[in-house]
Design a binder for this molecule. Structure first.
Ligand SMILES: C[S@@+](CC[C@H](N)C(=O)[O-])C[C@H]1O[C@@H](n2cnc3c(N)ncnc32)[C@H](O)[C@@H]1O
Length: 204
């Protein structure tokens, strides 16, 4: 069963849900073919094999499946019901422990200290960052990969991290690995970079 999130904010989030639902109706089967992101595959050997992982803006669950196959109980949250249905159907067929939650990450809450791992791939909702800080247990893992701007004028600056913004949002967290890769301009996009950051919440 896909659980509804709380306090779903209508307006721009409803428009986002419609836009992503339409996209997944068209492309969902292709998205399902994708393997977990390389950053997750590289980090998995270091992650605990028991506990709770949040896949934030999980889409059809490429990373949810990687985390669940590793042994974690996964909460896959996304605003798109179409994506969540695909995610859930695939998880059931593989008998993987993935709970799908229809949620707007701008107001989604998890209990403080309830998560061992949070992954955030190709999604940026700044209002969710305080929840990531509190929901992870001490020593918990944050795996974050998304676009960074600051190199060129881009059409939707809010969708991109500013250089240095991510680490500033998690002061005192231990950097396990951090890389940036420049992405050449394409039609509709100026020069941007991808930031990959694996960090751990301070233990004490
Ligand atoms: C580029 S996709 C990334 C999906 C997945 N993390 C991946 O890397 O394959 C962005 C995802 O964010 C979801 N999304 C957009 N706005 C959201 C919001 N406010 N709350 C939760 N999910 C949202 C979309 O439905 C979509 O699945």
């Amino acid at each position: 069963m896909i659980k509804p999130g709380s306090d779903r904010n209508e307006g721009s989030s409803a428009a986002d849900a419609r836009r992503w639902n339409a996209r997944y109706q068209q492309e969902g089967q292709d998205w399902l073919l994708r393997q977990p992101h390389q950053l997750l595959l590289d980090t998995l050997p270091h992650l605990p094999r028991r506990g709770i992982a949040l896949d934030a803006a999980a889409g059809v669950g490429r990373d949810s499946r990687g985390l669940a196959a590793h042994g974690l109980q996964v909460v896959a949250a996304d605003i798109s019901l179409v994506a969540l249905r695909l995610n859930q159907r695939r998880a059931r067929s593989l008998s993987l422990p993935i709970s799908c939650v229809n949620a707007d990450m701008s107001n989604f809450r998890l209990s403080p200290g309830s998560c061992d791992v949070i992954v955030n791939f190709y999604f940026l909702e700044r209002a969710a960052l305080p929840m990531y800080r509190s929901a992870l247990k001490p020593g918990g893992w944050l795996i974050f990969e998304t676009f960074v701007t600051g190199f060129d004028d881009l059409p939707h600056p809010d969708y991109y991290l500013q250089p240095g913004e991510l680490r500033a949002a998690f002061p005192g967290w231990e950097t396990v690995s951090r890389t940036q890769e420049m992405i050449p301009p394409t039609e509709g996009h100026g020069l941007r970079a991808v930031e990959r950051w694996v960090a751990r919440k301070p233990a004490g």
